[in-house]
Design a protein around this ligand. Structure first.
Ligand SMILES: [Fe+2]
Ligand SMILES: [Fe+2]
Length: 176
């Protein structure tokens, strides 16, 4: 395995699978729950203006995130898996839906930045996801979920931007 030069690093396709199992699956599971909890809170109007602003940002963020995950899972990651497979089998670059993976990778990086901008807005609105002393249990729970989403997205994007994408580009360059 030529990729095995970096002994400690999993192959690119294995890294994609780990990202999906560690981060994507969790997002698919937790985003609808978060949206539902925010909607229920709004019915009881516990957190007023802060809740309304949070819901507005989340309403934009969730479809952005779902579209992003879908592009990675259905387009980019299968292409990276095909590159990794060709590398293992000593084959040349397989036919892909794009001339190079550079363009979809750049698009994913741009989307990461957009998602992070939305998360920064949520941090600002909620004053760092910190509940007020008189915050309800339900609102505290939503803030905890948002803080976890923020931390997970930072690590998720860091792994993709700093590990997966550079290695995928290097792999593509290396294939005959
Ligand atoms: Fe991802
Ligand atoms: Fe991503």
């Amino acid at each position: 395995m030529r990729e095995g030069n970096h002994d400690a690093e999993p192959p690119v396709d294995e890294l994609c699978d780990r990202i999906v199992a560690l981060y994507h699956d969790n997002l698919h599971r937790t985003l609808p729950v978060l949206v539902g909890e925010l909607a229920r809170l709004a019915e009881h109007d516990c957190a007023g203006e802060m809740l309304a602003e949070t819901r507005a940002v989340v309403a934009e963020l969730v479809p952005q995130l779902e579209g992003h995950l879908s592009k990675e899972e259905n387009v980019l990651f299968p292409a990276l898996a095909a590159l990794a497979q060709a590398d293992r089998e000593g084959r040349s670059r397989p036919p892909l839906p794009f001339p190079t993976v550079l363009h979809p990778i750049r698009m994913m990086e741009t989307e990461h930045a957009r998602i992070e901008t939305a998360m920064a807005r949520l941090r600002a609105i909620t004053q760092g996801f910190a509940p007020a002393d008189d915050a309800s249990v339900a609102w505290r729970h939503c803030l905890t979920q948002l803080a976890r989403l923020d931390a997970d997205l930072r690590e998720h994007h860091r792994i993709e931007d700093e590990e997966l994408f550079p290695r995928a580009l290097e792999l593509e360059r290396r294939l005959p």
